[in-house]
Write a protein that binds this ligand. Structure first.
Ligand code: MN
Length: 295
């Protein structure tokens, strides 16, 4: 299933080049009350609603459009497929070739030796940084280098605390394309990677059952049509299972949490007016532009 969000409160299922609006299916699912659990309501609801949704999806595949409003993908604007992730976790250096390019580039390393992921640990991006395909990346420091990083995004489905790599995949809801936009500099990653609009996910979430092996997916990013990053998740140093094990030893992972798994080589600066097109095999294409300068 490819689950998307559009028109703010609408939930859709993407089939080929159409979206089926299944929002009405969700109206009788209980909504949380304050104090809210630190998770995404929709993704958490999938735990209990999955059987019902699966039946609906089978129906949709057999007789498309029979019951639900059907809209062309091209005629709507998608939003971040997870509305309220409790946290957005990043893996800073998880591809060898990116570690090598970082160490070779003074504007990335700032004379620090960039070691392995386990030397650096993980970082968190603020929830307020989240945007989807309907958003635009805004640069808070236009005179500083700000880079694109295309990544495989993992969406957690079930709470995970101290799970082993062998148990990890049971906790995955699905996958999406992710951009971990980053200001280069000496500050902590939690500062440089958390400005508004710096966590881009989309175009939808593809559920885990449709992805046979998340550790063997081509990923790529172009800027204004020019290819900048091209790799495969087989080169992840900590693969998806090991990242979940590592992250869940530190944080309880909650439904809707996003893990950005790290970027391959080829990172580079973006500028106002740029158009970024990011793809991960089987997960669709995430297109987002960098806002025009306002001065
Ligand atoms: Mn990154």
């Amino acid at each position: 299933m490819r689950l998307c969000r559009f028109n703010d409160k609408h939930v859709g299922v993407v089939i080929d080049d159409h979206v089926y609006d299944i929002t009405e299916l969700l109206t009788d699912i209980p909504r949380p009350s304050w104090p809210y659990p630190p998770q995404d309501w929709l993704i958490a609801s999938m735990l209990t609603e999955h059987a019902r949704l699966a039946a609906t999806l089978a129906e949709l595949h057999n007789a498309p459009g029979s019951r639900f409003p059907r809209i062309k993908l091209a005629d709507l604007t998608l939003q971040a497929p997870v509305a309220n992730p409790g946290k957005i976790i990043g893996a800073p250096v998880n591809y060898r070739a990116h570690i090598d390019e970082a160490n070779a580039d003074e504007q990335i390393s700032y004379s620090r030796a960039i070691g392995t992921l386990e030397d650096h640990g993980l970082f968190l991006k603020a929830n307020t940084a989240l945007i989807g395909p309907d958003g635009e990346i805004e640069l808070p420091f236009p005179d500083r280098r700000t880079d694109h990083e295309v990544e495989l995004g993992v969406i957690i489905g079930q709470p995970a605390r101290r799970v082993t790599r062998d148990e990890a995949m049971q906790h995955v809801f699905g996958y999406c394309v992710a951009l971990d936009i980053t200001v280069r500099g000496k500050e902590f990653p939690g500062f440089r990677k958390s400005p508004d609009t710096f966590a881009v996910i989309g175009p939808w979430v593809t559920t885990a059952d449709e992805i046979a092996n998340p550790n063997a997916l081509d990923l790529a990013l172009s800027v204004n049509g020019e290819m900048r990053q091209q790799s495969n998740t087989q080169h992840l140093i900590l693969n998806v299972e090991r990242l979940i094990e590592y992250a869940s030893a530190m944080y309880t992972l909650m439904p809707g949490d996003v893990i950005m798994t790290g970027t391959p080589a080829g990172v580079g600066p973006i500028e106002p007016g740029d158009l970024l097109e990011a793809t991960v095999d089987g997960l669709g294409q995430l297109v987002v532009s960098v806002a025009q300068s306002r001065d």
